[in-house]
Design a protein around this ligand. Structure first.
Ligand code: NAD
Length: 278
């Protein structure tokens, strides 16, 4: 039976450390957050950012735009935050409405204020293994892997999902640790190859957004399973991995909720400390 990797508990420990680091800064860090429109996922993510900010002594300034805001208005606001000396970090809540090009918007955030670690300059530094500001969810996954004590050197790591915010940057962080990384995505499934990759994973990380896409019986004995997925099914939140079956085979597994999510916010605040020091 796998041990639970409880992100919630690990996040509490990290937040205590972050609180001390924040107290030792000369100023109270300001995190500017931009939300466009509303959706259940973003609302709950913003709420947990607000709570964490309050606990750590961060000034969290939320700016809400209506769902039909134009790209130009958003960019204009980001410019204002970039030049506002009182603002230390900026986060744009995703997803943005379809009429707004996320990749374009992100490029307007000053890299030194990019609290989410999503600007191309910061991602580029991750590629070279030099990043101090890391993309939050991939950083959270790495934190969970560290918690297991695994030496990633030479391990078969399979990442399912290749999004800009999770799968792709995560594969770089794993490569920096000398894992043998396979990144699967929709085309892997369409080609009927997903199962064979999943079956040989020493470490399986799934970030797709499809409830129980990965059947527990496919998980290799003693594998480490990190489930990033968040899916609302019949009033419950479940991950992308069939939890009960997977838990019987794995050595470690994250619960959903309470796994990756709470750590993601902690990583955001860790980045904010870096951007405040700049
Ligand atoms: P996305 O929609 O941007 O990307 C989905 C990825 O899954 C793509 O690479 C796509 O090719 C792949 N995919 C889709 N169907 C597939 C299939 N049948 N087989 C294999 N691959 C398939 O998603 P995202 O933004 O990376 O988010 C993924 C999930 O992670 C969502 O549930 C999201 O809510 C969750 N998430 C959680 C956190 C957290 O902090 N816990 C953070 C970010 C995202």
């Amino acid at each position: 039976m796998a041990k639970l990797l409880e992100g919630k508990i690990i996040a509490e420990r990290i937040k205590e450390e972050l609180k001390k680091s924040i107290q030792s800064l000369e100023i109270k860090p300001v995190l500017a957050s931009i939300q466009v429109g509303t959706n259940a996922g973003t609302n709950s993510y913003v709420l947990s950012q607000q709570k964490t900010a309050q606990m750590l002594g961060v000034d969290y300034r939320l700016k809400e735009f209506a769902g039909d805001v134009s790209e130009a208005e958003l960019i204009d606001f980001i410019h204002k935050l970039n030049s506002d000396k009182t603002v230390n970090g900026i986060i744009v809540q995703m997803p943005l409405p379809e009429h707004i090009d996320c990749r374009k918007i992100i490029q307007f955030i000053k890299p030194q204020k990019d609290a989410e670690g999503v600007h191309p300059e910061n991602i580029g530094k991750v590629l070279y293994g030099q990043g101090k500001i890391l993309p939050c969810t991939p950083a959270a996954v790495m934190e969970l892997l560290n918690e297991t004590g695994i030496d990633l050197y030479g391990k078969e790591v399979v990442v399912v999902g290749h999004s800009d915010i999770v799968g792709r940057p995560l594969s770089l962080l794993l490569l920096n640790r000398f894992s043998t990384v396979t990144v699967c995505h929709i085309a892997t499934s369409k080609a009927g190859k997903l199962e064979e990759h999943v079956k040989r994973a020493d470490v399986l990380i799934v970030a797709v957004g499809k409830a129980e896409l990965i059947k527990g019986e496919l998980v290799k004995e003693k594998a480490i399973v990190i489930d990033v997925g968040i899916n609302r099914v019949g009033g419950k939140i479940v991950g992308d991995v069939e939890f009960e079956q997977a838990q019987k085979r794995a050595s470690f597994i994250t619960p959903v909720p309470g796994g990756v999510g709470p750590l993601t916010v902690a990583m955001l605040m860790r980045n904010l400390i870096e951007t405040t020091k700049v």
